[in-house]
Design a protein around this ligand. Structure first.
Ligand code: C5P
Length: 299
């Protein structure tokens, strides 16, 4: 008799997102330094007749609950590879901002994959799970792995990175989401006719992570999608300013946005910044979280 399996999966922030020119396949080569943060979605897989998805939590109403959901696609891909039908009820308990640039959809896909593998006793190897993750999306392999990693290629080729201490973050959740393809298209528009350098990992970012040095990380953070996200959503500049005025070490757009991320010196500073951002009226919600966080884990 199978019982339900619940998997917890973290959000991510990109402490470096170096973006190259568009490739012939439309994707961009990246040097993407992922850092998992302690905000989690939970994916529960339970036996069912056919494939069914339900969701609860902030923004759950705007998630597609059909076969286009990345979690449903994860279940379908795993089932097809192992000659079975994807008979499963997937329940998504959302805490990661939806369409926020924190890999919430990718987290649900990685969580569904691990939950189904466990529920069905598929016994897929780590390598196979990572291969399926890469097929599902550029950020999905990192959601499975967690911690910190350098993503190259379109972000799916991962090299784990050492992290020497805790980093304290505040996240300002914006009203509505931003479409990742739209932000990359805006990057292409803004860089058209310029020489876009090959993306390369920043030694200063890697050293700051390894040392657990928040001040050094603050000086080295970089997101090549930030200008594009601000171009599509100019109001984010006021959120970044509100965080800066509250005394953060650094402020940046998280991935393709529109969530903004603020690095604080310690937990007390993070609480102060969170209160100031909440009072600023420049964002919809504020969250604090600590990095690094573990990858997808069966509860
Ligand atoms: O891989 P994923 O499905 O998450 O990508 C979503 C979209 O983001 C792609 O269709 C593409 O427009 C853009 N993207 C990109 N280069 C990457 C990753 C994503 O252009 N390395």
């Amino acid at each position: 008799m199978s019982v339900a399996v619940t998997v917890r999966v973290p959000a991510k922030v990109n402490v470096q997102l170096a973006v190259g020119a568009a490739r012939p396949d439309g994707f961009h080569d990246l040097a993407n330094v992922f850092l998992a943060v302690g905000l989690y979605d939970e994916v529960t897989a339970a036996p069912a007749d056919g494939l069914r998805i339900t969701a609860e939590g902030e923004g759950a109403g705007s998630i597609p609950l059909d076969a286009t959901n990345l979690a449903a696609r994860a279940a379908t891909l795993l089932a097809a590879r192992h000659g079975r039908t994807p008979d499963v009820h997937l329940h998504l308990k959302k805490d990661i901002p939806v369409a926020g640039g924190m890999a919430g959809g990718s987290a649900d896909a990685a969580g569904a994959l691990l939950a189904c593998d466990t529920l069905w006793g598929t016994g897929a190897s780590r390598g196979e799970l990572l291969e399926i993750c890469a097929e599902l999306g550029s950020d999905v392999p990192f959601s499975l792995v967690g911690g910190a990693a350098l993503g190259t290629g379109r972000g799916e080729v991962l090299t784990p990175l050492p992290v020497g201490g805790a980093f304290h973050w505040v996240f300002a959740v914006a009203d509505g989401g931003l479409s990742t393809p739209a932000v990359y298209a805006e990057f292409d528009r803004l860089t058209a006719g310029t020489d876009v350098p090959e993306p390369a990992a920043s030694p200063a970012v890697l050293a700051a992570l390894a040392d657990g040095d928040a001040t050094a990380l603050a000086g080295a953070l970089a997101n090549d999608l930030q200008t594009a996200a601000l171009s599509l959503r100019p109001a984010l500049a006021a959120t970044l300013d509100a965080g800066r005025e509250a005394g953060v070490l650094a402020a940046l757009v998280s991935g393709s946005g529109p969530t903004t991320a603020f690095l604080a010196k310690d937990p007390e500073a993070a609480e102060r910044v969170a209160a100031a951002l909440s009072a600023s009226g420049t964002c919809r919600a504020v969250r604090t979280a600590v990095s690094p966080a573990p990858g997808a884990t069966v509860r």
